[in-house]
Write a protein that binds this ligand. Sequence first.
Ligand SMILES: Nc1ncnc2c1ncn2[C@@H]1O[C@H](COP(=O)(O)OP(=O)(O)OP(=O)(O)O)[C@@H](O)[C@H]1O
Ligand code: SF4
Ligand SMILES: [Mg+2]
Length: 335
Amino acid sequence: MLLEIKNVSTAFKVEGQYYNALDDVSLEVNENEVLAIVGESGCGKSTLATSVMGLHNEKQTKTVGSIKFHGKELVGAKNEQLQQIRGKKIGMIFQDPLSSLNPLLRIEDQVKESLTLHTQMSEKEKSARVLELLRQVGLEKPELVARQYPHELSGGMRQRVGIAIAVACKPELIIADEPTTALDVTIQAQILDLLLAIQAENHAGIILITHDLGVVAEVADRVAVMYAGQVVELGTTNQIFNDPKHPYTRSLLRSMPQADEKQEELYVINGMVPSLKNLKHTGCRFASRIPWMTASEHESEPQMHQVAVGHLVRCVCWRDFKFPDEEEKKEVDHG
Ligand SMILES: Nc1ncnc2c1ncn2[C@@H]1O[C@H](COP(=O)(O)OP(=O)(O)OP(=O)(O)O)[C@@H](O)[C@H]1O
Ligand code: SF4
Ligand SMILES: [Mg+2]
């Protein structure tokens, strides 16, 4: 197994107190596999990515649990050990390419940085590799782009540069945090094709973070659905799209625009993802959105339960869940 995340919780310090943005997350990623992470804004997707990369400020953040890459523990690992892995074995494409690029460095020098850190290439070899990478990510005129600064590029071009940096050392795991969100549809498709081509070449595993379920259906092998820092459902793409169980997964899928009909009203279960400070410290973070169950019906410490091979659902509220219109339909059927 490539990556094994077990019982991981990450807390941020806000006004002197720690709040869990990730709560007891367990996931695995295999070689050659695309694992999609979906869920509303603020549910902890990027926190999961940065926890794996070990990118948090230790004074402001606490990560507990276990994150093993090829069996080696990353939680609590020394910075030198993380640096050996980060950028070389694990490449990350950041949600906001502009903020992850250095505004003061030419593109060539930024792409070269990880080659300098992780390879023995000569300057000449590195320059050639930079051009090869820029060409590989579909940038026309790579010689020109190499000499430019980030602000001289469009959003799509910057995202391509971000991908070139992430894959420069042929990583075994690529974490792509919303790699296509800021881009228009045709460029989105090109970027996804590019990621898949790189994956095929290197047999890499990919964690694809996105809120775009259309993209997930197209490219993911498995899907983890997150709500308020927790995984509420995990399964193959087929299981999640064709046999979703958890009310949250089902409402996410309902709000997905269908190609063959005009978008229906958004089906969202009442309520919002609570902000970090308003999250409950104990018990289930979803309970306030399930008003039809009495307090005693909720599991006191909700666990993931297996409903089919490889298909896990948190707790019990999915069992009797019906959307209001499904209830009506049932009554009509009976009447
Ligand atoms: N450095 C930080 N300090 C304090 N709180 C943080 C920090 N980073 C994230 N958070 C909070 O943690 C929660 C999870 O944030 P995160 O960025 O992981 O969500 P996300 O799922 O990636 O959202 P989006 O879809 O908007 O990118 C949010 O409530 C966010 O405000
Ligand atoms: S049934 Fe379980 S998962 Fe659902 S809201 Fe209650 S405690 Fe949470
Ligand atoms: Mg994010």
